[in-house]
Write a protein that binds this ligand. Sequence first.
Ligand SMILES: Nc1ncnc2c1ncn2[C@@H]1O[C@H](COP(=O)(O)OP(=O)(O)OP(=O)(O)O)[C@@H](O)[C@H]1O
Length: 252
Amino acid sequence: MDSDTRQSVIDIDSVSKAFGGLQALSNCSLSIPAGSITGLIGPNGSGKTTLFNTITGYERIDSGDIRFQGKSIARATPEKVFRLGIGRTFQLTRIFPKLTVLENMHVAVQRQGKGHLFSSWSAAHEQQKALELLNFVGIAQHKDLPAGNLSYGQRKLLEFAFILIADPQIILLDEPAGGVNPTMILYLADRIRELHQRGLTFLLVEHNMEFVMSLCQRVAVMHRGSIIAQGSPEEVRNNPLVLDAYLGEGVQ
Ligand SMILES: Nc1ncnc2c1ncn2[C@@H]1O[C@H](COP(=O)(O)OP(=O)(O)OP(=O)(O)O)[C@@H](O)[C@H]1O
């Protein structure tokens, strides 16, 4: 099915957000088709992380609306957004380095669910699910190691496992390939494709153009707080507005 005609899972509708005098988002509109892998690119400071923060409840918008499956989430807390089915990773990974990898998974269950989402889980179920997910992201063999011993790429995989705990419907990834070695990037791309085939939707911010162009069916380009272009990787690559935006701000 053409992604343009699919139902959208998230609709960002004329969203604006200022930090003091700085307009980080300016009448920003974007729809994420259900079942798509959408890449969000743009020069440094164009508003990509701010957009992620507004979708996931970490920043309040000044005007406009954000809807998830048709319902406004513009005023929802991060916990509520997560419970609705929107998972998210951060640019800097958030792990406890002295706890083992498996202990980190247990902490993630407690921390992300705040005791509600997973209250019916038994300890055995939690253990089994944690191991399955560590296996899926390829770091189960390190389960008893302190998480601080993991490489940067492996920490990102661990954080990926954290958000899968809650069976999200859409996953927002903030620079998943940033600082990760090429082999790990390919591995991560395969995991994303596999989850996508199982029905998950992805929105990812990324500066690694090869990663974006090979993985995403749709690409949206931000510049100065607005979406200036969107379409297939090919369409975006050939759009002169996109080149102007990057050249104007210094190529990444
Ligand atoms: N909490 C904040 N307080 C003040 N200014 C902020 C805040 N968060 C972001 N900004 C500013 O908003 C603008 C957009 O930043 P944002 O981090 O969203 O851009 P980005 O596209 O994600 O950049 P990068 O690619 O470098 O991560 C920047 O000028 C940034 O300095």
